[in-house]
Design a protein around this ligand. Structure first.
Ligand code: CTP
Ligand code: MG
Length: 484
């Protein structure tokens, strides 16, 4: 079970119940505020009961300060004082955070055994009194106004391990969640050996069970990802290099703007890539959005309407050139005197229409795409957009089953809670950490699997995954659990 996060988490349990151990297993050290710890800060040590008043004054200050910033705070005390619990709940309410009580109701005998084994055991009568009080408080918690009361059983069981990465990709590269994951590479910190870096990343993606690898198609690195002087290679050339590695990855762009190349030239590039990979090419295609790169490279940047019109014509043109034969094409505003295109694609080239625009882009996806690509990781957003997509399908007479739902997810993924937080701190800029963490769904592989299960439930078949932290093969291998 996953607790709300960020949240106030108040532990309740007798000495030796395992409160501090549980907190340590589930939270970062900085998130846990402990009365014992603070006795050690303002007193002679954790057992300096004379320092209790000062320790609790500090504790309340810290709790209020952290909650006020929207930061998860775990209160590690006995938790047996109703008035203190009420005050902490009020602080959570004031901060707009959920208040969770965690009842660590370990068997009395086990508490006694652990207590006895300690350096400075609590006197037996005191422990007995605590155990009685814990039973009472256990009944009160349900009516005190907590958002959630979580009983934690004896925590002697080992902490749950993160799912083991699948050592060998499944044949269909579909995870047990029913999802395929395509790694979108958007940053290229390749040092002085670009090809070695690219090869390392692609082989790692193959090994980690990704279904494919997608490259951004931009002429200048976009500010959302990096600095303008950082390398952003031409994707079709780069995909050509990746096609020679012998991986089983599907290869393509996400997304090629229709403004960069005439559609026929994109069709040619994709057909060539399909031939080189034995049919594992796809084309993500969109209307383009970044005026600056067009101006810099001398490309026209027409109005949104014209670009969307072109998006339609581009898909029609590509399909005409990929189709069997060489006959003339005339339809959908596209007139081609012949459609001579060799090499032919070695398999179907999936056209993934990028963008969530409800009036036109999703209509284009419904009419002409093999898939739409929604830039979101939120199940509710997906539900709404899929509703719109399916309305368009009905309007144009397309079977919705023919239009796959894919998303572009840009999460922060960490190896554990500490690592997640380090990454959030590294990238958040001036955004407050809790807001950045929420926006990027910052979490471990296990957290993201929960979220992706909800996406799968909304009909998503493929997640294009882009993480800001992708520095090399090790970062890719660390994502393997997402594909298990
Ligand atoms: N312990 C254990 N197995 C667990 C949990 C705890 O063996 N599953 C041990 C710890 O290593 C420690 C003792 O039991 O030596 C007490 O655990 P702790 O988490 O410190 O208990 P607390 O509830 O925090 O006790 P206190 O109120 O005294 O801080
Ligand atoms: Mg403790």
């Amino acid at each position: 079970m996953r607790l709300p996060d960020p949240a106030l988490v108040v532990l309740v349990g007798a000495s030796g119940a395992g409160k501090s151990t549980w907190a340590q297993q589930h939270y970062r050290a900085e998130e846990v505020v402990s009365s014992d710890g603070l006795r050690g800060v303002v007193g002679s040590g954790p057992y300096d009961l004379d320092a209790s008043a000062d320790a609790f004054t500090l504790l309340d200050t810290i709790v209020a300060a952290r909650l006020g910033r929207g930061l998860t705070t775990v209160v590690d005390t006995l938790g047996l004082d109703a008035e203190r619990r009420r005050a902490w709940r009020a602080a959570a309410r004031a901060a707009g955070l959920p208040a969770v009580a965690v009842l660590v109701a370990t068997e009395a005998a086990e508490c006694r055994r652990r207590n006895a084994a300690r350096d400075r055991p609590v006197p037996a009568p005191a422990l007995t009194a605590q155990l009685g009080k814990v039973r009472e408080v256990g009944h009160e918690l349900g009516v005190e106004g907590w958002d959630l009361v979580v009983p934690v059983a004896d925590t002697t069981a080992p902490p749950p391990a993160t799912p083991a990465p699948s050592p060998v990709p499944r044949a269909d590269r579909t995870s047990s969640l029913g999802l395929r994951t395509v790694l979108q590479v958007s940053r290229f910190p390749w040092g002085d050996d670009p090809l070695a870096w690219l090869g390392g990343v692609a082989r790692a993606a193959d090994e980690a069970g990704f279904a494919g690898l997608a490259l951004m198609d931009h002429l200048i690195q976009i500010p959302q990802v990096g600095r303008a002087w950082e390398p952003i290679p031409e994707p079709w050339v780069t995909l050509g290099a990746l096609s020679g590695l012998g991986t089983g990855l599907e290869l393509g762009t996400l997304c090629t703007p229709v403004t960069f190349r005439p559609a026929g030239v994109t069709a040619k590039a994709a057909a060539t890539l399909s031939a080189l990979t034995g049919g594992r090419a796809f084309v993500g295609i969109g209307a383009g959005w970044w005026e600056r790169e067009h101006a810099a490279y001398g490309l026209p940047f027409p109005t949104a309407k014209e670009r969307l019109d072109e998006l339609e014509r581009a898909i029609v043109t590509m399909r005409a050139l990929w189709a069997k034969g060489t006959k003339a094409y005339d339809g959908d505003g596209v007139v081609l005197p012949e459609t001579t295109g060799y090499p032919r694609p070695a398999g179907p080239v999936a056209v993934v229409v990028g963008g969530s625009g409800e009036r036109r882009t999703l209509r284009i996806a419904a009419r002409l795409g093999d898939a739409c690509n929604l830039r979101t990781g939120e199940a509710e957003v997906v539900r709404h957009k899929v509703g719109v997509l399916h309305e368009h399908c009905a309007a144009v007479g397309r079977d919705p089953a023919e239009v796959a739902v894919t998303v572009l997810d840009l999460p922060v993924v960490g190896r554990d809670r500490d690592d997640v937080w380090r990454r959030v701190e590294r990238h958040r800029g001036r955004t407050a950490a809790p807001a950045y963490a929420a926006r990027t769904h910052a979490g471990t592989v296990a957290d993201h699997r929960d979220r992706w299960a909800a996406l799968a439930g909304e009909g998503v078949s493929t997640v294009f995954l882009a993480t800001r932290d992708l520095d090399g093969p090790d970062d890719v291998l660390a994502l393997a659990g997402l594909n298990a």
